[in-house]
Design a protein. Sequence first.
Length: 174
Amino acid sequence: MITNLEQFYFDQVNDLYSAETQLLGILPEMAENATCPELREAFKNHLQETRTHCERLNIIRDRQGISNQTEDCEAMRGLIAEARKYLTQTIPGGLRDAVLIAAGNRIEHYEIAGYGATKAFANCLGYGEDANLLGETLKEEGAADAAITKIATGGIFHSGVNEAASHTTEPVLV
Ligand SMILES: [Fe+2]
Ligand SMILES: [Fe+2]
């Protein structure tokens, strides 16, 4: 049972940690699968940042004495499973990049929601240093989302996506 905000906050910190560690597994795959060099770079950069996100959560867990219980973030597991499903249904190129952008945006928005709420809880509980660390990560999640969106709106969908779809007999996104 969770009976107070502090317990819920600790639970959320562990949940974020689970989400971040799951991302350490998928982000290299996302980078490898990207054809657009900017998209590939965006995922690589965010992989580096994600390592820092894990470190920040560990600082908070150490400071607060939060047990390292393995909390499994089921929502992130679902987002990753869905991304992998679409990767198996497309071939490399513009269309697969569209798949990666859709997955990346979903993942970043999920993290933004999680860090936003958890930072607010930290502030409510008077844990200002935790809130600062969570805020740093929140900024980077927002920047990662913006970077992906910028690539998506920069013409990637006008070059290659429909061509790839019409010239292949491989299964494509339906
Ligand atoms: Fe993150
Ligand atoms: Fe992220």
